[in-house]
Write a new protein. Structure first.
Length: 529
C-alpha cells in the first residue's frame, strides 16, 4: 500500500490525487511530458506528444459516449485516476513537481524538508502567528460572502430592517470555518509560504480568476445545451432525495477543489507576468474539470439526448442508433427511456426492421410492468405487439390488408401554412394532371389580395368552399376506423383535424393497427396514430 512518511509527501499525494480526479486520469501526463522535455529527459519527437493526446481523447471519448452503464464508467474513471496518482507519486517523477513556486519562497516539499536553521538563515519565512493571521484575512471574508449568498432571498428584500439571521448566520459560518482556517495557516507555515500584502492580492485575484473561468464554461454549457435542445430533463440515477444529495455533494467537491488547486497554482507565481500567463493557462484545466463534473453528475446524458434528437431530425439514423443504445445502457432507470424506446421502435418499424422494432416494444412493455409512470407507454406497446402478432404472413389481420395512398409532399412556399400544405397534398394526389400554373390560378381566386395570400382554414365552413373551388368533391361525416379504411380502399383522401391541425390520412397499417398521416410544420414528415 501507499506509505506517506512525512507531511510533504502527504501534501503532494493530496495534490496529485485531486488533480487526477478533477482533470482526468491522463491530464497530468501532459505536464509530465512537458517537464521531462524541458529537462532533456524525454525524446523530443512529436510522436510521443501525439500519443499522449490520442490516448487522452480516446479515454475521454469512451467515458462520454460508450454504451456502458454509468456506474461502471464512473468506477473506471476513479480507478484510472488512482493509477495516475500512484504513478505520479513515484520518486523519479514526483521530484519534477514543486507545488509552491521557487520565486515565492520554496516548494511545499522543500519547505517541509528545510530545517529550522535554514529558515533562520534565509530570513524570508514568516512565523506561525503571521501565517495564521494571513489565512484568517484571506478566508474569513470569503466565508462571510458565501453565507450572504446562501441567504440571497433575504438580501432581495434588503432594508434598514434586514433580518438579523442574515448577518449572524455569516458570523456562525465564520466560526464553523475556524478549524479550516487554522489548518490552512498551519499548511502555509509548514510550506514556508511567504505571507505578505502581495500574497493576499494574489489570493483574491486567483479566486476571481478561477470564478471567471468557471463562469465562462457554465455559460458555454448553457449555450451548447440550447443548441442541442432535448425534451429529456428527468434523468435520475437514484431516488429523488438521494439524487439531490448526490448532486449537491459532487458540485461542492468539484468547485471547492477547483478553488483550492487553482488558487494554490496561481499564488505560487513568482512574478505578476507569470501570474497572468498561469491565469490564461488555467482555462484548459477548468474546462476539463467542468466536463468531468458533468460526466460524474450524469448531465452529459442530456447532451446525448440532444444529439440523438438532432440526428433523428436530420435523418442520420446510424448515429441515432448508436447514441440511443448508449443512452439505454448508461441510464436504464431514467423515466424518459420509454419515450426514447418508442421513438426508436417507430424508426425501426418504418425502416422495415420489424424484428428490432418488436424487441424494442417488448422492452417498453417489460419496463412498464407494475409502474404507474410507464403505464400508458406500456399499454401502447402491448397494443402494437398484439396487432403485430395477429398479422399473418401477408401482414393482414382479419382480412384487412395494408393500404397506402402515395400523397406527394408539397414544396416550400411563403404563401402556405401547414393547413394549406396538407390540403394541397391531397389535391395533388387527386388531380395529378394539374400543373403548378393552373393550381396557382385557382388559388388566386381564393386569395383576398392581388398577390397570392390564402385565407386560414380553421374550420369546416372555411374548408368546404376551398375544396369546391378546387373542383374536389367533399363529404362531411363523423369519422370512424371503418369509414377511414373504406375511404382509403376507394382511393379517397380522409381529411381530419388532428391535434388542432388538418391532416390527410395516407394509409393504414394492420401490423400496428394504426393510420398514417402527413404532418406539416417545423418537421414535416410521416407520422401515425
Amino acid at each position: 500500500m501507499l506509505r506517506i512518511p512525512d507531511l510533504a509527501s502527504a501534501f503532494k499525494a493530496g495534490w496529485f490525487g485531486l488533480v487526477s480526479v478533477l482533470l482526468g486520469p491522463f491530464a497530468l501526463w501532459f505536464i509530465i511530458s512537458a517537464k521531462l522535455r524541458r529537462r532533456n529527459l524525454l525524446n523530443t519527437s512529436p510522436i510521443s506528444g501525439i500519443g499522449f493526446f490520442a490516448g487522452f481523447l480516446a479515454f475521454g471519448g469512451f467515458l462520454f459516449f460508450a454504451p456502458v452503464h454509468w456506474s461502471v464508467l464512473l468506477t473506471l474513471y476513479l480507478v484510472a485516476a488512482l493509477a495516475s496518482t500512484w504513478a505520479l507519486l513515484r520518486s523519479d517523477q514526483a521530484n519534477l513537481f514543486h507545488l509552491i513556486g521557487r520565486g515565492s519562497g520554496a516548494s511545499i516539499a522543500e519547505g517541509a524538508e528545510a530545517s529550522g536553521k535554514e529558515r533562520a538563515e534565509a530570513g524570508r519565512f514568516n512565523s506561525l502567528k503571521t501565517s495564521l493571521l494571513a489565512a484568517a484575512l484571506a478566508i474569513y471574508p470569503l466565508i462571510y460572502i458565501l453565507a450572504l449568498l446562501h441567504n440571497i432571498g433575504e438580501l432581495d428584500n434588503f432594508s434598514i430592517r434586514l433580518p438579523s439571521d442574515v448577518y449572524t448566520d455569516g458570523l456562525l459560518w465564520m466560526a464553523y470555518a475556524t478549524p479550516g482556517v487554522g489548518l490552512a495557516g498551519l499548511a502555509a507555515w509548514r510550506a514556508s509560504l511567504k505571507t505578505s500584502v502581495r500574497t493576499l492580492i494574489y489570493f483574491y485575484s486567483a479566486v476571481l480568476v478561477v470564478l471567471a473561468w468557471i463562469m465562462v464554461w457554465e455559460r458555454l454549457d448553457l449555450f451548447l445545451a440550447a443548441q442541442l435542445q432535448s425534451a429529456e430533463r428527468n434523468i435520475l440515477f437514484f431516488p429523488f432525495r438521494l439524487e439531490q444529495a448526490w448532486r449537491s455533494g459532487v458540485k461542492t467537491f468539484f468547485y471547492a477543489s477547483a478553488f483550492l488547486l487553482g488558487t494554490g497554482y496561481l499564488i505560487s507565481a513568482p512574478r505578476t507576468g507569470v501570474f497572468a500567463k498561469r491565469s490564461v493557462f488555467l482555462g484548459l484545466p477548468s474546462l476539463l474539470l467542468y466536463l468531468h463534473m458533468l460526466f460524474v453528475l450524469g448531465d452529459w446524458n442530456y447532451y446525448l439526448a440532444g444529439m440523438r434528437e438532432r440526428c433523428f431530425k436530420s435523418h442520420r439514423f446510424s448515429a441515432y442508433r448508436f447514441i440511443a443504445s448508449a443512452q439505454l445502457v448508461r441510464t436504464p432507470r431514467a423515466s424518459s427511456m420509454p419515450a426514447m424506446l418508442e421513438e426508436w421502435a417507430e424508426l425501426e418499424y418504418q425502416a422495415g426492421n420489424r424484428i428490432k422494432a418488436v424487441s424494442l416494444l417488448k422492452a417498453i412493455a417489460a419496463r412498464s410492468a407494475g409502474k404507474a409512470f410507464y403505464s400508458k407507454a406500456g399499454k401502447r406497446a402491448q397494443r402494437s405487439l398484439d396487432a403485430l402478432a395477429k398479422a399473418d404472413s401477408s401482414g393482414a389481420p382479419s382480412g384487412v390488408r395494408p393500404m397506402q395512398l402515395d400523397l406527394p409532399i408539397i414544396k416550400t412556399a411563403s404563401y402556405l401554412d401547414q393547413e394549406w400544405y396538407a390540403l394541397l397534398s391531397a389535391v395533388a394526389f387527386l388531380k395529378p394532371s394539374w400543373t403548378d400554373l393552373e393550381l396557382k390560378k385557382r388559388l388566386l381566386e381564393l386569395s383576398n389580395t392581388v398577390q397570392l395570400h390564402l385565407p386560414r382554414l380553421d374550420n369546416v365552413p372555411e374548408l368546404i368552399p376551398a375544396l369546391r373551388q378546387l373542383d374536389l368533391p367533399v363529404t362531411t361525416c363523423f369519422l370512424t376506423s371503418a369509414r377511414l379504411k373504406a375511404a382509403l380502399a376507394a382511393g379517397h383522401v380522409p381529411f381530419l383535424s388532428l391535434y388542432g391541425h388538418w391532416v390527410p390520412i395516407s394509409g393504414f397499417d394492420p401490423g400496428r393497427d394504426g393510420f398514417y398521416y402527413y404532418s406539416y410544420g417545423d418537421s414535416p414528415g410521416l407520422d401515425w396514430f
